[in-house]
Ligand binder design. Sequence first.
Ligand code: SF4
Ligand code: SF4
Length: 456
Amino acid sequence: MVSLYAASKKIYPRSVEGIFAYWRWIFVVLTQLIFYGLPWVEWGTRQAVLFDLTSRRFYIFNLVLYPQDFIYLTGLLVISALALFLFTAVAGRLWCGYACPQTVYSEIFLWIERKIEGDRSARIRLDDADFSLEKLVKKCYKHIIWIFFSIWTGFTFVGYFTPIRELVMEFFLTKMSAWELFWVFFYAFATYGNAGFMREQICKYMCPYARFQSAMFDNDTLIVTYDAQRGEPRGPRAKSVDPVALNLGACVDCTLCVQVCPTGIDIRDGLQYECIGCGACADVCDTVMDKLGYAKGLVRYSTQNAIDNQWTSKQMWQRLMRPRIQIYALILLAVTLSLFVSLGLRTPFKVDVVRDRSTLSRITENGTLENVYRLQIMNASEHVQNYRLRVKGLPNIQITTESLVKVEPAQARWIVLSADIPYGSASAGSHKIEFEIQAVDTQDVVVEKSVFIVPR
Ligand code: SF4
Ligand code: SF4
């Protein structure tokens, strides 16, 4: 029986220090400070960032967004996609190598693993060793910390949808709802599984971005590359020996670049779709070059053109601002500015006017002709607001019900509104009219169109 599938080999990435590892940890700390810290930040009397699905309100610091504001979410997604295109065209898989949750959580889980089981060789030895008390203790200890960390992550995730302080109380009083429990454990399970076990397999087999990223690369995109012209022929040698005399390149074939790679590939085989651009191989190779007294950068961020044509760094960076990058950057800037301007100009209330079809036009006791409307005002601010209502579009048209409406903070209120005109002042048929709703405090105005029906 021949299996068509190769069994996946466990990867034991070796720890590495260097400039790129340093930047990755900066991103790990920054992203996690934001993720774990944000739900605890208070804004006035509420959580600063809260996506309250039950009441369909999304609070982001000063902003209160409603489902009707989904256009802003669309804008945010467009900005994210454009930023991804731009950064990928400039420097390949920057997102994957430094800020993607899969990388960030794998890095944290790996750090815990190293602290308990040791670095690469110690972990390999431990896994190969027969069952022992030491092995059991170390494995249990690691998994307990992983599980605790995963549950905390799941808890934080749910804290973006349910006020996290209430969630803590519910947890201690064992009153969490079934849905809250489900999402805490589902997210925890995904974190535990993806960062603890799946790791590089998510990047290799599940992440769609790995598949289409090559479409965004060109020969001037910065990628982690091995300088084969300098490195080959590879081979071991003593530090004191001149490699030229042995007809050797700079690569000593120490395989450290393979040992530190989180996806287990050999960068010396060229650009591969499994490479997440983390720069770990560049860091470790620099330490090897340092020890041998060779120039750093045998494995480095470079471009295909720079490697092929032996460009200097200056020539390479000059090609960075090529037309494609300028166009991406301009579009990104324009969309980002539009989003912020539109958010800044957004009126903090919304209005819906519906003609009340159950009540036909009627002649009132005063001899006027009346139409009835249902009007919904949503106060998207966090203060009580009074709204003044006016109507225009027909001669002498006026509102005969209350024209000053009070709406509580972040609430919506339906009101029934009557408008009338002097009988006989308009011809039979449907006439376009406009309701003007003005916030008394801020003077913001929203105009809603409707029709006034005059029967035959
Ligand atoms: S770390 Fe550098 S010297 Fe060692 S095998 Fe990799 S490329 Fe060659
Ligand atoms: S080849 Fe280098 S840059 Fe690519 S994933 Fe492996 S270590 Fe990271």
